[in-house]
Design a protein around this ligand. Structure first.
Ligand SMILES: [Zn+2]
Length: 192
């Protein structure tokens, strides 16, 4: 059933999931569970597909543009696995940057967010990586990224409440240096 796909050892994941089920005292062979190890392996391959790509490659399709006004994209949805529990965090990224000369297509912004989300992650790191990509990676004058996410792993500690989200932000370039610009961008991001 399992196969190795681009560095993923699917068969090994399946064996490990069977082992977890055994350790839980659940019979992996019982009705309804036969395909579970395979499904879990496929889920990991999808949710962690970013491990096999460098999201910076999406910046190569940027185009030259004389416009140097703020570019903003709100509510880019993502699913990531928190690296502490391998449980999903469900969130949205709000992204803005001030171009120097190169501008990124909107679908490329989505791919950058997804590429960094699809790996064992921390919300803080994800926020910083997206912001770095849009500043240093793209060569912009600055970037500001706000990420809001619901962490299902909070249920594991009993701290989960429906609708509780954590927010993180990462400012680079002019948005890091100029508090007035940062405040202006955050206000715009919140207008959604
Ligand atoms: Zn966690």
């Amino acid at each position: 059933m399992g196969e190795t796909t681009g560095g993923f050892d699917g068969a090994r994941i399946e064996r490990a999931v069977r082992e977890i089920l055994h350790a839980l005292g659940v019979d992996p062979e019982r009705d309804g569970l036969e395909e579970t190890p395979h499904r879990v392996a496929e889920a990991y391959m999808t949710l962690l597909s970013g491990l096999r790509e460098d999201p910076l490659r999406h910046l190569q399709t940027s185009f030259d543009e004389s416009a140097r006004d703020l570019v903003m994209m709100r509510d880019v949805p993502f699913v990531a696995l928190c690296e502490h529990h391998l449980l999903p965090m469900l969130g949205r990224a709000h992204v803005c940057y001030l171009p120097e000369s190169r501008v990124l297509g909107f679908s490329e912004i989505v791919r950058v967010v997804e590429g960094y989300a699809a790996r064992p992650q921390l919300q803080e790191r994800l926020t910083a990586q997206i912001s770095d990509a849009l500043h240093e990676g793209l060569g912009s004058r600055g970037s500001l990224v706000v990420v809001e996410a619901e962490h299902t792993c909070m249920a594991a500690t009993g701290a989960w409440r429906p609708g509780t989200t954590a927010a993180t932000s990462a400012a680079r370039g002019v948005f890091a240096e100029d508090p007035a610009r940062r405040a202006e961008a955050i206000a715009l991001l919140r207008t959604g």
